[in-house]
Unconditional design. Structure first.
Length: 91
């Protein structure tokens, strides 16, 4: 699966890359070069971050599913237990 950006995000990413080179490397990088670098990052590095996000989401969901039993569990056939407890208290 190719990771793609929306047009506004793509434009903002290119502007950010151009700014990074200008501010941190004191170099000017053109729009085409910044676009090529962005394409490389999206193809080569973005899947690493994406996969990590998926793994983190799966872990979070699995934790929440494991907690569901404790949060919503209802005692079955509990009607008589309240009477049994009351009877034991009277002894």
């Amino acid at each position: 699966m190719t990771i793609e950006l929306s047009k506004p995000d793509h434009e903002q990413a290119i502007a950010s890359i151009e700014r990074y080179f200008r501010v941190n490397r004191d170099e000017r990088i053109g729009n085409l070069e910044a676009g090529a670098l962005l394409a490389f990052f999206l193809e080569e590095l973005a899947p690493v971050a994406y996969n990590r996000g998926v793994t983190d989401a799966q872990s979070n969901i699995q934790t929440r599913v494991a907690e569901v039993d404790f949060e919503v569990h209802q005692t079955e056939f509990g009607y008589w237990s309240k009477f049994d407890k009351a009877a034991k208290g009277k002894r």
